[in-house]
Ligand binder design. Structure first.
Ligand code: PLP
Length: 397
C-alpha cells in the first residue's frame, strides 16, 4: 500500500524464494580472480566460455541487413514463427537425419534453445515431480526444473560408462514420479557422443514410466574424425515420447542471434507453445530470415570451422599428453573434458591454474556433483592463443 507517496526506510527488495533456491553461481570466484588479474595488467587466456570465436557466415549477416530494412518485418511476429522457417528446419532434419517432421505441428522456433529448455518444465512438470537431469550438465536443465517447483534427480555421467546415463541405476520410486528427462549428446561438458542403444534405453524407460524425453542436440554438427552424431528423433519410437532441442548457435557461429527450435512430439510442442504465448511475442523476423539463410545457404563455413576446431583440439590435447596429462581427444563438441591430475579438487586446480598459468579453465564441479574430478577447456579462442594457453598449462603442471 502506498502512504502519502513516501517510501519507508525499511523498504527493500527481497528475492522470491524460487530465485533464492537456484544453485549458486560456482564460477563467481574464478571470475573475480580473473578480473583482478586483468586489472593488474596480466594477460589472461580464457578457456572458460563455450562461445564460438569465428564470425557468422557473411550471407547470413547480409540477409539480416536486407530484411531489417523491410517494414513488413518490423511488427510483432507470431509465437509459432514464420512458416518458412519451420519448413526450413523440417527440411534440414530430413536432409541431415532422414527424420520427417510436420512443420506445422512438430517444429517450434525458440528465442535460442536455452529459452525453450528452461521453460519446458514449467509447461509439463507439476511441483514436486521429478525431472531426470544428467550430472554434470548444462545448467538450465536444473534451474528450469527448480523454477517450475519440481525436483531434479541426478543421472550421474561417469567415465566408466562413457558419460552415458546408467538408466538401470534410476530407482523405481524416482522413475514413477518423474515427468521429464533431459539428455544432451554430443554432451556439454563431457564431449561424449551418444549411442543408439543409449537412446533406445531412454525410450524404453520413458514408455515404462510415462516420462517425456527432451534431448538437446546443440552440438550435433560439431564432430571430428568422421564421427556423425545421431539425432534422438532417428530412433523409431522417439517422436512418441519426446522432443529434440537444436539451434543455429553452435553450428553457424550465431550464439548472439538467439534463434533455436524444438521439434518432435506434437503434444509436447503444443504445451510449450501455449506457455510461450504468455511469455514472448516471437522472434524478430529478420533473425528468422537469417536463420533460414544459415540452414539453406552455403554450408562451407561449417566445414572450415570444423577444420579449425579439430586443429585446436589436436594441438591442445597433444601438448597436454606430451606433458604427461592423460587427456582424451573429444570426438565432438568444442570442449576438452580432462581429469584433474593429482588429488586436488577441480575448484582448487582451476584456481591454481589461473594463478600460476593465467589460464581460465572451468572446474567440473560447477556442472554438478558428478563433474568433480574433471575440468573443461573450451576450444573457442583463436588458435595462436590456444597454443599459448597449452604452453602455459604444461609449465604449470
Ligand atoms: C550452447 C548450448 C546450447 C545452445 O543454446 P542457445 O540458446 O540455442 O544458444 C544448448 N545446449 C547446450 C548444452 C549448449 O551448450
Amino acid at each position: 500500500m502506498f502512504m502519502e507517496g513516501k517510501v519507508s526506510d525499511t523498504w527493500c527488495v527481497d528475492n522470491a524464494e524460487r530465485l533464492k533456491a537456484l544453485p549458486p553461481y560456482l564460477f563467481a570466484e574464478i571470475d573475480r580472480a580473473k578480473r583482478q588479474l586483468e586489472q593488474a595488467g596480466v594477460d589472461v587466456i580464457d578457456l572458460g566460455v563455450g562461445d564460438p570465436d569465428l564470425p557468422t557466415p557473411a550471407p547470413v549477416v547480409k540477409k539480416l541487413q536486407e530484411t531489417a530494412e523491410d517494414p513488413a518485418n518490423h511488427r510483432y511476429s507470431f509465437t509459432e514463427g514464420l512458416a518458412t522457417l519451420r519448413r526450413a528446419i523440417a527440411d534440414w532434419y530430413q536432409r541431415r537425419f532422414n527424420v520427417t517432421l510436420d512443420p506445422d505441428t512438430e517444429v517450434l522456433p525458440l528465442l535460442g534453445s536455452k529459452e525453450g529448455i528452461a521453460h519446458l518444465p514449467l509447461a509439463l512438470v507439476n511441483p514436486g515431480e521429478y525431472v531426470l537431469v544428467p550430472d554434470p550438465c548444462y545448467p538450465p536443465y536444473r534451474s528450469g526444473t527448480m523454477l517450475a517447483g519440481a525436483q531434479a534427480a541426478s543421472m550421474p555421467l561417469t567415465a566408466e560408462n562413457q558419460f552415458l546415463p546408467d538408466f538401470g541405476g534410476i530407482s523405481q520410486r524416482v522413475a514413477r514420479q518423474a515427468a521429464l528427462m533431459f539428455l544432451n549428446y554430443p554432451n556439454n561438458p563431457t564431449a561424449a557422443v551418444a549411442t543408439e542403444a543409449c537412446f533406445q534405453e531412454a525410450i524404453q524407460l520413458a514408455k515404462d514410466y510415462q516420462i517425456i524425453v527432451a534431448h538437446d542436440a546443440a552440438y550435433s554438427e560439431l564432430a571430428y574424425d568422421g564421427c556423425r552424431p545421431i539425432s534422438f528423433l532417428q530412433l523409431p519410437e522417439a517422436k512418441e515420447v519426446g522432443v529434440e532441442f537444436h539451434s543455429v548457435s553452435k553450428t553457424y557461429n550465431m550464439t548472439g542471434w538467439r534463434v533455436g527450435w524444438v521439434c518432435g512430439n506434437a503434444r509436447v510442442i503444443a504445451a510449450l507453445a501455449q506457455l510461450k504465448t504468455h511469455l514472448d511475442s516471437g522472434i524478430f523476423q529478420p533473425l528468422q530470415w537469417a536463420a533460414i539463410e544459415a540452414l539453406q545457404g552455403d554450408q562451407s563455413g561449417l566445414q572450415e570451422a570444423l577444420a579449425i576446431y579439430q586443429r585446436r583440439r589436436d594441438l591442445l590435447v597433444e601438448a597436454l599428453n606430451a606433458a604427461g596429462w592423460q587427456v582424451d581427444k573429444p570426438k565432438a563438441s568444442i570442449y576438452v573434458w580432462a581429469p584433474v591430475p593429482g588429488g586436488e579438487s577441480s575448484m582448487a586446480f582451476a584456481t591454481r591454474v589461473l594463478e600460476q598459468a593465467h589460464v581460465v579453465i572451468t572446474p567440473g564441479r560447477g556442472f554438478g556433483e558428478a563433474g568433480e574430478g574433471f575440468v573443461r577447456m573450451s576450444l573457442t579462442v583463436p588458435t595462436a592463443r590456444l597454443e599459448a594457453a597449452a604452453a602455459r598449462l604444461v609449465k604449470a603442471l
